[in-house]
Design a protein around this ligand. Structure first.
Ligand SMILES: [Zn+2]
Length: 633
């Protein structure tokens, strides 16, 4: 199928498109990149983990080499403990296998490989190997024969898929260039002081083309004119000096940056979210963990086919296609477990597995379906290579440590802000705030229940001395937090970092700000109640009115056409028309039985009560809830 490659050279990001979607990314970032070759110094050898740490010139962290990756570095031919094979201060020529992640240094190997366009030279390797993707037997024979003929003595050679159908001269030229590269590395290794970087794929365009260009690429867009020239030059070299056919090479001249124009950044942003929607209404949830990645397939509210069986198969097939794409796009390696929607029919299961297998075929990291477990889970493995999208563009949220959950224990923290379901820090499955904003409904339910569950507890607090303080503190927290989180977003967005996506994403969700600091402010506010002098008022009401007001839970204060600084500090005495003011037996005072307390709070709802700091309507939510529960009871 026709492919397009978008190259943002300045950002060292390239995207491969087909079927109008970003399918794969090439990103070169960081101090240590896969393929870098270093002259390092063994710092310490750790027998307990059969590994050694190697100084490769990064003050922050050493590289890590496992005994199985020593290759030519081992001091003895015989097998043995790593302490016998490597000694501290030994100089070693190593290559980065896996880029550093978190606080782990890069993983190194002594088995150096030099990839070219058509061949991979393995200076310490053996024999000739052919890419399994070359299917044609005649072509395999031709390439194998050629490789055996030209292979340098004592080295290994791998023939890449790209060599298929290529002239012998082009392949030989590729080998010569790799051999020159190796000679240069060896020369530097003897003449340079360790630790030092000896070789790197410096040319991003060359790397992208080497890894991503194939005959089905019909368009390449580069963001610089110099880049366009280099693409043309490179393709001409590979096609024996002739201009490449069937491919348009464009210079991106639009005012909008190339990554925005082609929506690459948008695709990256989407690929950091757990949820991916499928065309027919189903969706998948991708949850990476330390040990493996779990993918859950959900049918959503999809009713395309007449029968449920067809629906399930259809959704599963759509999911399989999308999972294959997401694994490439996110560059998820290691063990992956997919929980498809259950299917009883073995025929359907087989159909799905075939479809999934086919969808995975286009992936160069060669995902392999390991098994279909008894529970109907499909397990597969995918080669780890380079960083995944979370490592490249994400950042673990410091508040929840990447879990996507914030702790909220009974009796601690803030109550749920019902008026802002979209940004409340809910214990939901997703780490994506965007998603919550788009779809608050599914997440709204559970916190609401939780809130209701708390009401009983809050009722008990009613006469507790610190109740007032708590209500105040809670609301203050809520407000401050919301404001703070907005500030955070603005700040993050303004730093001009290449990938503010993750930071923003997390910040919106984790509106929970430090708890300690805010608690401190509580006592300061608490004396408020004492400050307001108690006021006595009397209200005239007929017995009927009194009944209705009591039933509705409305305060008699609404009858008086005036404002109260603090309705809680008002003692109301209700009198029948014509009655004298002083009838203590009919006095309704606060604190009072639930219904009447509630009635007072209603004042705050209906009357504009002023209190200078503008926070007077704060206890609304709690009181309202209480009222509704009082009614139910
Ligand atoms: Zn978080």
């Amino acid at each position: 199928m026709p492919k397009q490659i978008i190259i943002a050279e300045q950002h060292h990001i390239a995207a491969v498109f087909w079927e109008d979607r970003v399918q794969e990314l090439v990103v070169a970032t960081g101090n240590q990149q896969v393929g870098d070759i270093y002259l390092g110094i063994v710092e310490n050898v750790i027998p307990g983990i059969d590994a050694a740490f190697v100084n490769i010139g990064d003050a922050e962290r050493n590289g890590f080499i496992h005994v199985t990756d020593l290759g030519p570095l081992r001091l003895k031919k015989t097998a043995g403990a790593i302490t016998e094979l490597l000694t501290p201060q030994q100089k070693v020529l190593v290559q980065v296998m896996k880029e550093p992640t978190g606080n782990k240094g890069p993983r190194l190997t002594g088995n150096i490989t030099l990839p070219g366009r058509y061949l991979v030279l393995m200076p310490y390797g053996k024999g000739v190997n052919l890419s399994r993707r070359i299917k044609d037997e005649n072509e395999r024979s031709r390439l194998r024969a050629l490789a055996i003929l030209i292979k340098p003595a004592g080295m290994g050679l791998l023939v890449r898929t790209e060599a298929e159908g290529k002239a012998e001269e082009a392949i030989m030229e590729d080998l010569e260039s790799l051999q020159r590269q190796w000679e240069s590395i060896q020369h530097q290794a003897t003449s340079t002081r360790a630790p030092a970087l000896l070789s790197r794929d410096d040319d991003f365009i060359q790397r992208v083309l080497r890894d991503m260009y194939s005959a089905d690429v019909n368009r390449i867009v580069v963001d610089s004119s110099a880049g366009v020239k280099r693409v043309k030059q490179q393709l001409m070299n590979w096609s024996g000096g002739r201009p490449p056919e069937g491919v348009l090479i464009d210079h991106h001249r639009e005012p909008q940056p190339i990554l925005d124009y082609f929506r690459v950044n948008a695709a990256i942003r989407e690929a950091l979210k757990p949820r991916v929607d499928l065309p027919s209404g189903g969706y998948i949830i991708i949850e990476p963990t330390e040990a493996l990645t779990v993918i859950d397939v959900n049918s959503g509210s999809f009713t395309r086919s007449a029968t449920a069986r067809e629906t399930v198969l259809w959704t599963n097939s759509e999911a399989a296609t999308e999972i294959a794409r997401q694994l490439r796009l996110r560059n998820i390696g290691g063990v992956i477990v997919v929980d498809f929607i259950d299917m009883d029919s073995p025929r359907d299961q087989l159909k799905l597995l075939e479809h999934f297998n086919k969808a995975l075929k286009t992936d160069k990291a060669r995902p392999q379906i390991a098994q279909l477990s008894e529970l109907g889970l499909v397990e597969l493995t995918r080669k780890r290579q380079g960083k995944n999208i979370y490592e490249l563009f994400g950042q673990t949220c410091p508040t929840c440590g990447g879990l996507g959950h914030l702790v909220r224990l009974p009796g601690e923290g803030e109550p749920i802000a019902l008026e802002t379901p979209a940004i409340a820090p809910l214990p939901s499955v997703t780490r994506s705030a965007d998603r919550q904003i788009e779809e608050p409904e599914p997440f709204f339910e559970s916190p609401f229940e939780y809130a209701n569950g708390e009401i009983g507890q809050q009722l008990d607090l009613l006469y507790h001395p610190s109740y007032q303080e708590q209500g105040l503190a809670a609301t203050n927290n809520r407000r401050r937090r919301r404001r703070r989180s907005t500030d955070g977003i603005e700040k993050e967005g303004g730093t001009g970092r290449s990938a503010p996506i993750a930071a923003t994403k997390e910040l919106v969700l984790d509106v929970d700000a430090p708890e300690v600091e805010e608690r401190k402010e509580r006592p300061q506010k608490s004396p408020r109640r004492e400050e307001v002098p108690v006021e006595k008022v009397s209200v005239e009401m007929t017995p009927m009115e009194q009944n209705v007001y009591a039933l509705m839970g409305i305060s008699p204060l609404v009858r008086l056409n005036r404002e109260f600084k603090d309705p809680k500090s008002v003692i109301v005495s209700v009198k029948s028309p014509g009655e004298s003011d002083t009838l203590p037996s009919e006095t309704i005072a606060t604190p009072a039985p639930v219904a009447e307390t509630v009635a007072v709070s209603e004042i705050e709802t209906s009357l504009p009560v002023e209190n200078g700091d503008g926070e007077e309507e704060r206890p609304l939510i709690r009181r309202r809830r209480r009222r509704s529960s009082a009614k139910e009871a």
